[in-house]
Design a protein around this ligand. Sequence first.
Ligand SMILES: [Ca+2]
Length: 126
Amino acid sequence: MRNKTNSEKKLRRAKRIFLILTLLFEFTLIVLDRSGVHLTGPFVDPWSFVHIFAGVLIGLYYFRWKTGLGLLILWEIIEPFIFLLGGIVFLEAQTPDFPEVPTNQITDVIIGFLGYLAAKMWKRRL
Ligand SMILES: [Ca+2]
């Protein structure tokens, strides 16, 4: 019989680690992006790390696969609007160009969902 308390500790630690990784990569890449470094590619790019870590985070919580996938797709739908709003509010840009192409957005969802599945498989072994 597995030690439930030990499993819960491992799960809490994993959530903390992946939250920190997600935020660390997100803010680092935002700083690099705002410094003029080109980070967005047609498929996999440095932002893919954020998507896989965020997918793992979603999987570590108690979302079913349809909800997890829905969250990843919802993010890709609202992301251009958040990008536009952030550019207007923080950068005083009137209409910043959203750099992602549809293939990148689809890849983001796939990579995020792979992270989700990896987290679910890991949780089953706890
Ligand atoms: Ca995206």
